[in-house]
Design a binder for this molecule. Sequence first.
Ligand code: ADP
Ligand code: MG
Length: 479
Amino acid sequence: MNEGVVATAAEGRKRMGSGTNGDQAASAWREICARMREDVGEAAYQSWLKPMTLRELAEGQVRMSVPTRFMRDWVVAHYAERLLALWSEEVSGVRSIDIVVQPERFVRAQVAAPAAETAAPVAVVPPRVVRSADEPREEFGAPLDVRFTFENFVVGKPNEFAYAAARRVAEATAVTFNPLFLYSGVGLGKTHLMHAIAWHIRRRSPERTVVYLSAEKFMYLFIRALREHNTVDFKEMFRNADVLMVDDVQFLGAKNTTQEEFFHTFNALVDQGRQIVLSADKSPSDLEGMEERLISRLNCGLVADIHPTTFELRLGILESKAERLETPVPKKVLEFLAHKITSNVRELEGALNRVHAHARLVGRDITLETTQEVLHDLLRANDRRVTIEEIQKRVAEHFNIKTLEMTSPRRARSVARPRQVAMYLAKQLTSRSLPEIGRKFGGRDHTTVMHAVRKVEELRERDSGFAEDVDLLRRMLEG
Ligand code: ADP
Ligand code: MG
């Protein structure tokens, strides 16, 4: 199993080296990652796109690498065309992309001496996979993040129960509760705790086999096994696991055959006294599309949820992260961040990193002023708590139409214009994506929202009375 660090887009940039071409490619890749993340959602992005490393851009061809063969297959099948389209939008002249398999350990070795690649490059445009018989045996778990250990996990009221349960599982010699089911909203530490369990067991009891993977990967492997009539091998892979951890099982929801297979794998392992750890964004009973018998089995173990963070926990996490940074961060700044960024730990970390990166770049100390400046956009987003419904209501009142018209199919100017203004404000004042906004406006398409935003911007420039109206509404809503 690959124990390397997930190769991030940021690392990819470093390895690309500098130089105009490298810089251009790196910034294009950054942009593409951001757009793919919007497109495919956080979970799919983390599982499949984030582990990709940009290698080279030369003569209209982009070369990227992924750590394992199955990742390549999946990326090729699902994202190759979209990636190519984005690349050619970002960098003119890009005609094809190459996705090669390059396990992380070889990537590291390459830093010292440019080693031979471990697998033949595979042309993916048009999407096509060439397999050679001597490729390394496939790894089926996902790499673990080296930062996600118990030592690096800050414990507070909201997560102490989940933490204690995770520690218990990691330290136990006999299975105590099975499964351990962790759930919480995004960015609150589920994946961190699962990796921590894996690291702990690997360190203490290297003879035990710990398998960690996302539910999406489980599904992918299973579907592929079905396609290749290879379900025996599939079962064999899991039968050897002493500890099986499946992250984000809410994604198993819709697919019935995978859920069935998961249920069998799960039962078989539990019956053999193997430990199972699962995570999801909801409690077992609230998971959509889960079968009753699976839910009741899940409820048989220990269900532990992580609550939203408190100010104390956020401050504790920031303090612990700040200690490891090179530039000192004043306590006032940490308090400010803990106060302002309340959504989740991932955003909190991101904010601290941005402030730190900025300070290093311009060679200045971190102060409250620079923090506010650097995080300008983020802080505004966190300040705004206005909902789309409120916007619709206020705008309808202002233009003297019924709130219902916001979601109606009517296209008369008298209702279409206010609707466009409301869409525009929804984009400006909330962190909702275009498709989400579209859905709230009677199931409209994201392109309709995009059009509305442009239209309002255009009108604002031409018509100062209109601009004043919109600004007034905006101030009212921001209140
Ligand atoms: P989830 O899987 O619940 O969406 P993650 O485990 O990916 O969330 O956590 C998001 C980020 O926040 C990670 O970088 C993780 O290390 C960090 N994090 C979350 N909770 C804590 C904590 N209590 N202490 C330290 N870091 C944390
Ligand atoms: Mg997670």
